[in-house]
Design a binder for this molecule. Structure first.
Ligand SMILES: [Zn+2]
Length: 108
């Protein structure tokens, strides 16, 4: 895991509890300095999910086989697309984690 600045340092974000969260390296690198993205369903530009102020389960759900994250809102869908949260590498890893009983997480 790496530390992500929710509001990027390059755009004036500070290093504080409210502005930093843990992110996997893939999500962190795809997020880069983005703060918003397009919901491909509605075309709307929306803020990315903020894990400090928003509830994961309000914006995301696991697919039935738990290998894919499904967006429940424009914020969820835009974040999944921007961070490529269902890229082939992570979907393959999740399918192995499901078999091992490590996934999906029970704490949200
Ligand atoms: Zn990730």
């Amino acid at each position: 895991m790496s530390f992500d600045h929710i509001h990027p340092q390059s755009k004036g974000g500070n290093t504080s509890f409210e502005n930093v969260c843990l992110a996997c390296r893939s999500c962190n690198e795809y997020k880069s300095d983005l703060t918003e993205a397009q919901d491909l369903l509605t075309g709307e530009i929306v803020p990315l999910f903020n894990p400090r102020t928003q509830q994961w389960s309000e914006h995301f759900a696991w697919s039935l086989d738990a290998t894919r994250v499904e967006g429940q809102t424009p914020v969820g869908r835009a974040t999944i697309a921007a961070l490529r949260m269902n890229n082939s590498v992570i979907v393959a890893a999740r399918s192995r984690w499901v078999i091992s009983g490590w996934h999906p997480p029970t704490i949200e």
